[in-house]
Write a protein that binds this ligand. Structure first.
Ligand SMILES: [Zn+2]
Length: 329
């Protein structure tokens, strides 16, 4: 049976899978991203997944950015040992296979379009709301990557030109309002005390589709001042926590409406750890979108949570590989 090799590279985790034409994962494995010698770990992971079975036809890689698709190089923010690293050529040389590269959020969007909540959408925006905010566009079934692979950087769209300075150097970026750490930062500055309300000790695992912890930390314990704790408190009615999500959702709504106006989006799929907050994010997001969106085609955009969760990136990387294989799906 024909298969491709999908690889998903992030600052905390390396994942690889063999994927068939229907999107089924035949074999998969993960391991932590080491501080150094990442390529050695990746080679071992590829060997583990491909083993002695039939060779895959092609390789697709989703990698944390920034990246330079023209050069095939990556410089992930959270992986200091890779700066201008020639990932595409290294994997091509290692496997001897056609190798495709894209950003991790671009692969998330492509995966959701192929197998998840974005199926059938002619103009899809996938958003990853986590420690930062990433995004990817799939237009007419094709990922819009941009000349250097930077299309879809919706986290750094300005939603307030008079707003605060963002870590990227810009001003008023949506990430500065809506990422996990920024939700928690604003809540703390406005008097949020984590875990203060009673009766909020529901199972932390209920929101565990997030390998990428929403607050930039894996802690879900009571008292942790991260976005997961904030979501728990918002669900319990803590007014500051609720306000933090409403503020973050409003910023997201501005970005979504602007992107919808630019490319006539029909659907938005939101993943990443913060999306696991569920209704405390999606309910105020729907209200804010109803308020900020005007034109009928902008108002018509559908916003849904991810259905693939952390597997979306691998699914997209596989689709990328299939697009290069002889038996394209
Ligand atoms: Zn920014």
């Amino acid at each position: 049976m024909a298969r491709v090799l999908a690889i998903d590279i992030g600052g905390t985790k390396l994942a690889a899978a063999l994927v068939d034409e229907t999107g089924s994962m035949l074999r998969s494995a993960t391991r932590p991203t080491p501080r150094t010698d990442v390529m050695v770990a990746l080679a071992a992971l590829i060997e583990e997944v491909t083993g002695d079975g039939p060779a895959p036809e092609a390789v697709g890689i989703g990698c944390a950015g920034p990246l330079d698709l023209a050069a095939g190089t990556v410089s992930p923010v959270n992986m200091p040992s890779w700066r201008g690293f020639p990932l595409r050529e290294e994997v091509r040389a290692l496997t001897g296979l056609p190798t495709m590269l894209a950003g991790d959020a671009q692969c998330m969007a492509l995966g959701e379009h192929w197998l998840g909540a974005g199926r059938g959408s002619s103009a899809l925006l996938g958003i990853v709301v986590s420690t930062g905010i990433g995004g990817g566009l799939v237009i007419d079934g094709v990922p819009l990557l941009g000349p250097n692979g930077n299309a879809g950087h919706v986290g750094h769209m300005t939603i307030d030109p008079y707003g605060e300075r963002c870590e990227c150097g810009g001003r008023g970026c949506v990430e500065h309002y809506s990422s996990g750490p920024n939700l928690a930062r604003w809540a703390l500055a406005n008097g949020w005390t984590p875990g203060r309300p009673d009766g909020l000790d529901g199972p932390a695992d209920a929101r565990s589709n997030a390998a990428d912890a929403p607050g930039g930390t894996a802690s879900a314990q009571n008292g942790a001042a991260d976005a997961r704790a904030l979501a728990r408190d918002a669900a319990g009615g803590d007014p500051v926590a609720v306000a933090a999500f409403e503020r973050g959702a409003r910023a997201l709504a501005g970005m979504i409406a602007s992107t919808a106006a630019a490319v006539e989006l029909t659907k938005v799929v939101i993943g990443g750890g913060v999306s696991a907050a569920g209704p405390v994010l999606f309910d105020p997001l729907a209200r804010a979108l109803d308020d900020v969106a005007g034109l009928a085609f902008v108002r018509a955009v559908k916003v849904e949570p991810t259905t693939l969760g952390v597997r979306a990136g691998l699914a997209g990387a596989a689709k990328l590989a299939w697009s290069q294989s002889r038996t394209a799906v």
